[in-house]
Design a protein. Sequence first.
Length: 187
Amino acid sequence: MEASADRVPAPAALWPVRRLPVQHMPYEAQLRYKADILRETLGRIGRIQWTGAIDTLASPAFGYRNGAMETASKSGGRTGSAGIGYFEMGSTKLCAVTECTILSPRLADALSHLRQLVSQGKVLSAIDEIEAFADSNDEKILLNLSAERLVDSPESIAAALRESVPNGIDFDPGRRADKFHLAGPGY
């Protein structure tokens, strides 16, 4: 098997991640590939044979993604390395990520601070999953944290996040005791 002529080196920390399967393609090829996926999906699921053009709206190749769902692990254990990251392709092994070049700058910064909390073993020890979203101006962050069972109180988690994540965090308990969300100013 030979690599495609279109192949480019993917960011090293992201190569095994299953949620980022096209990072080894030049950005223009990614756009063509995604349009082809849409065309195939329309035919397979919708039974629509679209032969017309599919226009794409390109964003910058890096620093554009305003949402991320990451897995958290305090200890390596069965999940692989400790930290916050994504599952490796075809497994439930955690690929701890220290930097994700496709995330918006504000989102990348907030997740960097959360990684520090996890690496220090502070407060987020029971959190299994983190969903993070940046607003369209890349100023405000919405965090959804989930856990099987909280070890620390939601208030102590919120306090640690307020102290650690820049631009403050507002706390709003969720509908379930084991799932709550934290929101940045203005949410």
